[in-house]
Structure formats: C-alpha cells, structure tokens
Design a protein around this ligand. Structure first.
Ligand code: NDP
Length: 444
C-alpha cells in the first residue's frame, strides 16, 4: 500500500461519517504521488499525516431567542486547519446542511486555495447549521451576536480572520463585527467582507465571481477560445453566481440559466441581472419570481435540471456535488466545452472524470474561486495599512492574481507530467508552498 493510501485509510478511520471530507482529501492525496517521489523529505517529515489533521477544531453551542420568544439552539464550528503560511483564513457558512465533516472539507480545501493566491494566509473554515432563510432581521442579528460571543475568543486580525460564504453576506458580517468590537473593544480587521463604511474593501463583493471569470478566460484563451458569444449556465443566484454573471456579460458571453435550491430559470434572451439582484439581494425571495417580470422565460422545479440546458460554458456556483456523473454526461452531450467551478467541490469525482475524458476544459474550484479569499487578504492589507484602494486598483490586483494562479497550476501540471490537468496542477502548486513552510518550521 502506498503512503497516500495509508494516509487515506487513516483519515477514513479517524473521521467516520464525513464523506465530503474524505472526498476532498482523496482528490488531493491522489495528485501528490509524483511529488512525494521527487521529495522524500516531505515523507520523512510526516507532512501528509500532519496536513490532513486540523490544528484545532472548535465546536460550540449557539443559543438565541426567536421572535416568538422561543429558545433556539444551533451548533457553531470553527476549524483552524493549517497556519504554516499565515493566520487562518476562510469563510463562515450558515446553512442547515452544515456539520463538522462539511466544515472540515471546506477548511482542508482552503489550505491549498489560500496558498495558490500567493498571499500569506493559512486555511480555516467555520459556520453553523443555522438556516437564515425566512428569519427576520432581528433573529439574524441575535443569532450572529450569540455566535460571535463564543467565536471572538478564537479569532483576531493576526490569528484567524473569517469571511462570508453560503448564508453569510454583508448583513451577517456587520452584526458579527459589531459584537466582536463590543466585546473586545478592538477596531481591527477580524472579519473580511465588511461594509465599505467600516473597513471593507471595494471589489470584495464581486471578487469570487469576477475572479472565476478571469481564471476561465485565461484557461480558454490558451486554447484560442473566448467568452464572446458563448452561452453560459451559472447555477445558484447568490454572491458568486451574480457577480460571475455580471463579468460574463462584460466579457461578451450570455448567461441563459440560473437557479436556487428550489429550481432554475431559463431565459434564452439572456438572464436579466437587475431583476435577479432585486429578487435575491433586495427582496430575498425565490428565483421563481423571475418569470413574473420576464414571461418569455421559464421556471422549472428542481435545481439539478439546470444542467440539461444547452450551453458552451458551465459555471457551477451554488454548492458541493451539484454536478454528478449523469449531469456531466448531459453537459458533454449538449456540447459544453468548458467548466469553471465557482462553488467549492461542485463536481463529484465521477463528473470530473467525464469532463476530462471528453476533453472539456476544466477549472477546479481551489484555483478558480480563489479570487474571493485573495481579495479578502487585500482587505486585511488595507486594514493594517489604514487606507483604502480604489475599485480599479483592487480589481487589477485580483486579475493579476488569477492569471498567476492559472500560470502556476498549469506549469506545475506540466512539470509533473500531467500537462493540461489543472486539478493535479492546482493541488501540487498549492501543496508545495505549504509543505515547504511546514518543513522549515519543524514538527509542530
Ligand atoms: P450565497 O449564500 O450567496 O448563495 C448560494 C446560492 O446557492 C443560493 O442561490 C442558494 O439557493 C444556492 N444553494 C445553496 N445550497 C444549495 C443546495 N443544497 N442546492 C442547490 N442550491 C443551493 O453563497 P455564495 O454565493 O457565497 O457561495 C456559493 C458557493 O461558492 C459555495 O460553495 C461557497 O463555498 C463558494 N465560495 C464562495 C465564496 C465567496 O466569496 N462568497 C468564495 C469561494 C467559494 P437558496 O437561496 O435557495 O439557498
């Protein structure tokens, strides 16, 4: 049995009932075989055995009172996975599906993603099984305050800097920041994704979606293709999907389908983003409302049906494992020639295999969606320097970072004999920097 197989076996034994975590670790370990052959020092220093074990896992009770005066209890998590190259950094997810295994998969991915940005940030992730859907502003605030009343003792501007993720946007970050400041008395960059009036960075809101398109654009340009005239699917209708859609239009493409967890809309004329933003960001309603304003469009119940819509480029921007083998086969059959993962781990391993076997250009999440965390790191820099850059400055830095990530991932793939395979390339490039830092810092 090879070392990576042994480590994988140990991960499964030590972390039972955490399938998403197993899936994320397996993909990375499989990519690392050629690296370990060339670098026996990583093996000797037990890098693999250490990197799959979080440095710290924090789980806590989050009690709050709903609008009817009833006591509610949720569970809070923060997984501080790896601090070899910088303070822990990674989002907070509020969604009923959150459990320890989901947070560990996200935290593990975050280590390599953050390394790929070239910025000094370690990997972490957190969240809660709280469901923000249908809650009043007051309930959201009381929950966020209770969550931060425990989390504050584990985070800090140079310790661990959370951001948003599914269910955590500007409103939630604002409530958590207020509570952190109230408890600690510190006005510091402990969270990113803050509002512009209190330390937020311009272009952070747009960063993941824009960064995804910059990365995909670079990948397809290398094959002589472009977004111009391309039909695009952007699943989800949250932060990542909305700003990816905006950038697709700017690059000359057309988004014909978007979704939420209930269903999807198809608009052959191109989705009207103003309508989507009003429904999702202002009114916080369901995407089905879209057809009321655009009767020529159609709404279909069930979110996985979105992958049956004919497209050139698919951008899965909703959640993990949203494209399975069957959906991938339909995409290929319908002529899809590029996939860019905006969400974390949105394609199952079987789906990735289908894309790779059929020559579909494939941009894996940990490289393609790193623009969000990269811009969060730029927000940290601005906070430390006590100044703000313009939108154009931040956007230009974001673009440069995404182009570099593409370059590094494709060069690493080539160097290790996997030319064109960005999954392997991203894993190797992300891993080596962290492994070298761990090596230098001794057995810790
Ligand atoms: P949001 O909460 O803003 O939006 C999430 C969207 O996905 C919503 O439209 C939501 O629909 C849909 N969705 C959520 N869960 C499911 C599900 N189980 N099935 C189908 N659709 C679902 O989150 P973000 O846009 O911030 O995050 C989307 C993805 O991008 C996540 O994987 C996240 O980890 C990843 N990501 C986000 C970054 C960021 O900067 N925000 C950075 C890097 C990655 P509904 O409203 O019905 O719940």
């Amino acid at each position: 049995m090879s070392l990576t197989e042994q480590v994988m076996e140990q991960v499964m034994k030590r972390n039972p009932n955490e399938p998403e975590f197993h899936q994320a670790v397996k993909e990375v370990l499989e990519s690392l075989e050629p690296v370990l052959e060339r670098h026996p020092e990583y093996v000797k220093a037990g890098i693999l055995e250490r990197i799959v074990e979080p440095e710290r896992v924090i789980m806590f009770r989050v009690p709050w009172v709903d609008d009817n005066g009833k006591v509610q209890v949720n569970r809070g998590f923060r997984v501080q996975f790896n601090s070899a190259i910088g303070p822990y950094k990674g989002g907070l997810r509020f969604h009923p599906s959150v459990n320890l295994g989901i947070i560990k998969f996200l935290g593990f991915e975050q280590i390599f993603k953050n390394s790929l940005t070239g910025l000094p940030i370690g990997g972490g992730k957190g969240g809660s099984d709280f469901d923000p859907k249908g809650k009043s502003d007051g309930e959201i605030m009381r929950f966020c305050q209770s969550f931060m009343t425990e989390l504050y003792r584990h985070v800090g501007a140079d310790v661990d800097v959370p951001a948003g993720d599914i269910g955590v946007g500007a409103r939630e970050i604002g409530y958590m920041y207020g509570q952190y400041k109230r408890i600690t008395g510190l006005y510091e960059g402990v969270l990113t994704g803050k509002g512009l009036t209190y330390g937020g960075s311009l272009a952070r809101t747009e960063a993941t979606g824009y960064g995804l398109c910059y990365f995909v654009d670079e990948m397809i340009k290398a094959k002589g293709k472009s977004f111009k005239g391309a039909r695009v699917i952007s699943s989800g209708s949250g932060n990542v999907s909305i700003y990816a859609t905006q950038k697709v239009y700017q690059l000359g493409g057309k988004v014909v389908a978007m979704s939420d967890s209930n269903g999807y809309i198809y608009d052959p004329e191109g989705v009207n983003l103003d309508t989507i933003r009003r429904i999702k960001e202002v009114e916080r309603k369901r995407i089905s409302e879209y057809v009321k304003y655009h009767p020529h469009a159609t709404y279909t119940e069930g979110c996985s049906g979105i992958w049956t819509v004919k497209c050139d480029i698919a951008l899965p921007n909703a959640t993990q494992n949203e494209i399975n083998k069957e959906s991938a086969e339909i995409l290929v059959k319908n002529g899809c020639w590029a996939v860019g993962e905006g969400a974390n781990m949105p394609s199952t391993p079987e789906a990735i295999e289908v894309f790779q076997k059929n020559g579909v250009l494939f941009a894996p999440a940990k490289a393609a969606n790193a623009g969000g965390v990269a811009t969060s790191a730029l927000e940290m820099t601005q906070n430390s320097m006590r100044l703000s850059w313009t939108f154009e400055e931040v956007d230009a830095k974001l673009k440069e970072i995404m182009v570099n990530i593409y370059k590094n991932a494709s060069e690493a793939a080539k160097e290790y004999g996997y030319e064109g395979n960005l999954v392997v390339g991203a894993n190797i490039a992300g891993f080596k920097k962290v492994a070298n830092a761990m090596l230098a810092q001794g057995i810790v």
